[in-house]
Design a protein around this ligand. Structure first.
Ligand SMILES: [Zn+2]
Length: 161
């Protein structure tokens, strides 16, 4: 059995800006509204596999963290990131493109890029970690997450718990 949250309909969304170094179009700083959809497989413990409210709360907390931020991939080998006096200087190695960004607006993420695929990996790790810490993972056997980068295109990934 599974339960499912549609990120668009359940309002599990955030808006953020990013760029993909060296990509002809996505290499420019630009923004998206993202929606996070989640499917949880498992067995019922009482009434639920997991309470929808609890799952929404977990996903919303992560969305709030990323909302209205400039997302930068800390582990992108194409980037050189330095912090000085409250500002991040992000240099795209090889293309000589420099962004100087206010530290308050930047969120460094522990992923290799800010593609929908890598954001999906980030979300599934964060969600599974909260589920395990909160003891909710006992009845859950698998987690599926999809990160939509606008309506109609997204990346999905799965994890056995
Ligand atoms: Zn984009």
């Amino acid at each position: 059995m599974f339960i499912e949250l549609d990120g668009w309909m359940a309002k599990l969304r955030f808006s953020a800006s990013h760029f993909i170094p060296d990509h002809p179009k996505c290499g420019r700083l630009h923004g998206h509204t993202y929606a996070i959809s989640v499917r949880v497989e498992g067995t019922q413990a009482g009434e639920f596999i997991i309470d929808f409210m609890e799952l929404k709360h977990i996903v919303n907390e992560i969305c709030d963290r990323l909302d209205h931020c400039i997302l930068i991939a800390k582990n992108d080998p194409r980037l050189k990131i330095t912090q000085d006096n409250g500002y991040y200087t992000v240099e795209i190695i090889k293309s000589c493109k420099h962004y100087v960004l206010p530290g308050d607006d930047v969120l460094l993420l522990p992923i290799p890029s800010v593609s929908a695929e890598d954001l999906c990996t980030y979300f599934i790790k964060e969600i599974s970690s909260v589920l395990k810490d909160g003891g909710s993972a006992d009845t859950i056997t698998a987690l599926h997450v999809r990160v939509d980068e606008g309506i109609g295109q997204g990346a999905g990934c799965s994890m056995d718990l």
